[in-house]
Design a protein around this ligand. Structure first.
Ligand code: NAD
Ligand code: UDP
Length: 311
């Protein structure tokens, strides 16, 4: 039995990871400041003697006798990470340093949840890991994008300077149950709007693209990455290469929900990337990983989840 620390464990991705690693027979310590996460996401795990959750903000140091660390703590939705951009940066810089110091103290592996946002508004398509990105350092998304880029730098420097065993995963847009109703990201927004027969808000002309992966595929990829040989640090892309325009996504959700919603167009937020699609050759090769869940099935499961909340 491994003692695994998951920061951001009460969030969307973290709650699924806690559940899966618990099912696999591990002892889980979840840290969360509940900024965007919720105890509801982990309520089913609370009674399990091998699960504990501590209210803690990772910008403060934390020490515990753990064998592995998954660092997921950070708001991920633009409306949430832009709410307090200074705090977002601190979480990615001071928080990640704190977790790396814990990994050093424990001499244990640390996996960091990085993001496709490190590619910014990419001029290379699809994006592979050797692309350095096209990021505005002073825009409204910079607190997140540059914070995540700096976190990758910290990971690599702790690896080179302190021999810490690190794993960097660049996660592409992920959706599924346990996304918060007011998360603000496109899949949850569209599903909630469709289920309420409200207007579906497309930002810009809806021709920008994203590639959406279902949560189960991501969890599988994260666990496979953690299990790789110490010599493999990443970064590695984990995402589903099927690319959609935002308008196509809206139409698909209307069809799957049987909604009467209409599409309405709103201004595009600043620095919104025009296209995004992962090249997952490296994940296929090193992790023997590729996504298994079709968009239709993943969206149906997610729609069922939101339906069950009786919006
Ligand atoms: P989320 O907002 O649902 O979860 C983030 C969790 O971290 C929440 O529980 C929040 O309360 C917690 N948190 C935030 N700041 C914290 C702090 N300073 N100290 C302790 N806890 C803190 O988001 P998510 O979608 O589950 O994302 C998890 C991680 O994956 C994030 O690091 C995010 O950047 C990364 N990621 C997610 C996606 C995606 O599509 N979901 C894509 C790329 C990267
Ligand atoms: N988006 C949209 N309507 C919404 C929410 C988002 O059209 O209600 C767009 C957003 O402008 C972006 C895409 O959907 O082009 C994905 O947005 P999200 O916030 O989910 O993720 P990110 O931009 O970080 O990839």
């Amino acid at each position: 039995m491994k003692r695994i620390l998951i920061t951001g464990g009460a969030g969307f991705i973290g709650s699924h990871l806690c559940k899966k690693l618990l099912e696999q027979g591990n002892d889980i310590l979840c840290l969360d400041n509940y900024f965007t996460g919720s105890k509801d996401n982990i309520k089913d795990l609370m009674g399990n003697p091998h699960f504990e959750c501590v209210r803690h903000d990772i910008i403060n140091p934390y020490l515990a006798e753990v064998d592995e660390i998954y660092n997921l703590a950070c708001p991920a939705s633009p409306i949430h990470y832009q709410y307090n951009p200074i705090k977002t940066l601190q979480t990615s810089v001071i928080g990640v340093s704190n977790m790396l110091n814990l990994a050093k103290y424990r001499n244990c592996k640390i996996l960091h949840a990085s993001t496709s946002e490190v590619y910014g508004d990419p001029v290379t398509h699809p994006q592979n890991e050797s692309y350095w990105g096209n990021v505005n350092p002073i825009g409204i998304r910079s607190c997140y994008d540059e914070g995540k880029r700096c976190a990758e730098t910290l990971m690599m420097d702790y690896h080179r300077q302190e021999n810490i065993k690190i794993k960097i995963v660049r996660i592409f847009n992920t959706y599924g149950p346990n996304m918060s109703v007011n998360d603000g990201r496109v899949v949850s927004n569209f599903i909630v709007q469709a289920l309420k027969n409200e207007d579906i808000t497309i930002y810009g002309d809806g021709n920008q693209t994203r590639s959406f992966q279902y949560i189960d595929d991501l969890i599988d990829g994260l666990i496979k990455m953690m299990a790789t040989d110490d010599s493999f640090t990443g970064p590695v892309n984990i995402g589903n290469p099927r690319e959609f325009t935002i308008k196509q996504l809206a139409e698909m959700i209307i069809e799957l929900t049987g909604s009467k919603s209409k599409l309405v167009y709103r201004p595009l937020p600043g620095d919104d990337p025009r296209q995004r699609k992962p090249d997952i050759s490296l994940a296929r090769k090193i992790l023997d990983w590729s996504p298994k869940v079709d968009a239709e099935d993943g969206l149906k499961n997610t729609i069922e989840y939101f339906r069950s909340l009786n919006l």
